[in-house]
Write a protein that binds this ligand. Structure first.
Ligand code: GLA
Length: 681
């Protein structure tokens, strides 16, 4: 990382919107920012209509003044390009650039993100405002980072998109025979005899073609990526020393392959808003952070070694760009975070490699659609619990700067890719309960609860550090992925595969001859039939526990049965198996159902133990999360007490938050945290 970005501090800050307030408030803002040790703010994300109120007429005075004020106050700026929200004049002048839904409805100005990323006029206007900002601010001393756009994720079905989709399909498939084979278009009379016959997958009578849907998502991810890279290139041309990023929005509705984007950003940045309000929020936080670290490393590997990725020597860094200062959104209402919870979420991200903790937003607005979204300075003002907690967090982060030298290491990897998740969502799948992200989350949760660190990696990433590789419903498998998994097992690595992994090829066509086609021999079994379960249904498993969502007729061909189904059509048949495969010494495990959380935890712990993996802190009490960042000369142990009682943890080192030696143990207050610089033996 280059320029003033890398100044050794952990980042603390968030989205700052001076354009929403009079200058007198700005001065109060910077005073308060200094109190909270804010050192990075994102400015201008949705400011296009204030920067360019009419076509080609610019107003930069307010931004000049705000950037100077921030710089004079020692606060760095992530300057955004405002292209996620075109101004009213743009939509009026270019109605063809307004997005069209899959139902054919054209949306209108009035919210945000209302544009088509394939529309030439939108792309030209976006390049123009980005270039204008670059020309004016690329050498402004406050600007430490470019923040392109905001949360790329919207989609469109307009004629511009259709034309671009056909071009993309020609590049991908070359000729129509190949496309017809890939999409299996002989089914339901979908054979295409001319490229002009191919449209985007609009709303249709019954299920759409799975290959068509999958390619559309891939195409759209590439289209959004092109919209990003053309802005990035303009910004880089103006000053190559300022890193460029964009903030990833997470969720399986997002048509963006974040791993693929990771090679194009200087810094992986994620926004994270847990949807759970119970302990699930902490589990979601850990997973989001592990995903981000995985994407950052993937980008790092790929940039260094485009064809044969290797482990780079330096930590791959990433940043939590947005999170909630207080309320967590949940269905139908918001939930105010309990005291200390925001800090625990922030430290969970930092423990897993984030360069800091950033928030949406600095000051809660008096109006606008998100007026009730939480903020570091809430409507109440600075005399509030939320602001006092941000001051405390700023102080904490200032004491933790040294941890950025450390890297998380794990014995266990979960392999995940966006396309598999997209494909599992196809309505023609045997169950509407299939959800690739939920499957990843279930495996991750089992490891999290058992206290194991894990990496979330992309198929093809280096496997050498891992003792256990987990494929959680990794539905699509091409030959390269199968070889990658096989190489791991042949080298003595252990493998845990959950149902539906390796069932289909990259076009979502089924590998024939019995499921899971790609991994049958590695697992020593053949699955003959699926028996999906209803949402409120469960199957009993021998040895205790229940299976959910899915069950299968499994025929072992060498694999041993770990537990069977009890009762029902599968009574006495294998539910979970283990096998000694390949030329190595590794064990391969197969889960033909989704075990309940306790059973999953028990099974994955057994697989981890068999593989020789170790929990981060074997003596951490239940409810205390332990994460370690380390390098050969130092090690930092993060402890997060998610319980409502004080907890004692054996430790040996110096507590960075108090500066005192730990004297054999650390007592964490209810909901509290500690970071220990460990004594190295
Ligand atoms: C996203 C956006 C922000 C804001 C928050 C609300 O992260 O980037 O502009 O809308 O969601 O949670």
């Amino acid at each position: 990382m280059v320029g003033m970005w890398d100044d050794g501090r952990l980042c603390h800050g968030g989205d700052y919107n001076p354009e929403q307030w009079p200058p007198a408030t700005w001065r109060e803002d910077v005073d308060l920012m200094r109190r909270a040790r804010i050192n990075l703010v994102t400015v201008g994300v949705f400011a296009w209509s204030r920067l360019e109120p009419a076509p080609g007429r610019y107003d930069f005075d307010w931004l000049d003044e705000a950037l100077d004020l921030l710089h004079d106050s020692g606060i760095r700026v992530a300057l955004a390009t405002p292209t996620a929200s075109p101004p009213p004049w743009f939509s009026l002048a270019h109605p063809d650039a307004l997005p069209v839904t899959a139902d054919g409805v054209r949306l209108h100005h009035g919210s945000r993100d209302t544009y088509c990323a394939a529309a030439p006029s939108y792309r030209a206007a976006a390049r123009s405002i980005a270039a204008t900002l670059a020309a004016r601010y690329a050498h402004h001393p406050a600007v430490a980072l470019w923040h392109v756009h905001n949360e790329y994720g919207t989609t469109c079905h307009c004629p511009h998109t259709e034309t671009a989709f056909r071009r993309w399909l020609i590049d991908r498939h070359g000729d129509l025979d190949t496309l017809n084979t890939a999409w299996a278009t002989s089914f339901w009379s979908q054979h295409y005899a001319d490229w002009a016959y191919v449209s985007t997958p609009r709303a249709t009578q019954y299920h759409a073609n799975p290959g068509h849907l999958l390619d559309f998502r891939r195409f759209w991810s590439d289209t959004l990526l092109a919209a990003y890279t053309e802005q990035r290139d303009l910004l880089k041309a103006a000053n190559p020393t300022i890193p460029v990023t964009t903030n990833y929005v997470l969720g399986d509705w997002v048509p963006v392959d974040h791993a693929r984007w990771a090679t194009e950003v200087d810094l992986v940045a994620i926004d994270h808003y847990p949807s759970a309000v119970d302990g699930g929020a902490e589990e979601q936080t850990a997973l989001a952070a592990d995903l981000a670290r995985g994407w950052a490393r993937h980008g790092h590997h790929r940039r260094a070694h485009p064809t044969t990725p290797d482990r780079p020597a330096t930590p791959a860094t990433w940043l939590l760009m947005e999170s909630a200062a207080s309320q967590i959104h949940t269905t139908g209402r918001s939930h105010t975070k309990e005291p200390g919870r925001t800090a625990r979420h922030s430290l969970s991200h930092i423990a897993r490699g984030s360069l800091g903790a950033m928030f949406f937003q600095w000051r809660a607005p008096a109006g606008g659609a998100e007026r009730f979204h939480s903020a570091l300075v809430p409507h109440t003002g600075p005399d509030s619990r939320t602001f006092r907690e941000s001051v405390r967090l700023g102080d904490t982060l200032a004491r933790l700067a040294e941890v950025t030298a450390g890297e998380v290491t794990a014995d266990i990897a979960l392999a995940w890719d966006a396309a598999s998740s997209w494909a599992l969502r196809h309505p023609g799948m045997p169950s509407t309960l299939l959800d690739g992200h939920a499957e990843l989350a279930a495996a991750h949760r089992a490891l999290w609860r058992a206290g194991y660190a894990c990496d979330v990696i992309v198929p093809g990433d280096p496997l050498d550090p891992y003792r256990l590789l987990v494929l959680p419903a990794l539905y699509l498998a091409d030959d390269t992925t199968v070889d990658w998994v096989r190489t791991h097992v042949d080298a003595g690595g252990h493998l845990l595969v959950s149902y539906l992994s390796g069932v289909a090829d990259p076009h979502a066509r089924i590998h024939l001859g019995g499921y899971p086609g790609a991994y049958r021999d590695l697992l020593g079994l053949r699955v003959e039939e699926f028996h999906p379960l209803a949402a409120d249904e469960q199957v009993l498993l021998s040895g205790g526990g229940t299976g959910h969502i899915w069950s299968e007729t499994v025929h072992p061909h060498g694999a041993d049965t770990v537990c069977t189904y009890v009762g029902g059509v599968l009574d006495g048949r294998p539910a979970v198996t283990r096998h000694r495969a390949g030329t190595g010494t590794g064990t391969t495990w197969y889960l033909s159902t989704r075990p309940d959380d306790n059973t999953y935890r028990r099974l994955i712990t057994e697989a981890a133990r068999t593989a020789g993996a170790h929990p981060v802190h074997p003596d951490a009490p239940p409810g205390v999360e332990a994460i370690r960042r380390a390098h050969p000369q130092a090690s930092w142990l993060f402890l997060l007490n998610h319980t409502d009682r004080p907890q004692r943890v054996p430790t040996d080192g110096v507590d960075l938050l108090t500066g005192t030696p730990t004297d054999g143990q650390t007592t964490l207050p209810a909901g509290g945290t500690a970071v220990i610089r460990e004594r190295l033996r």
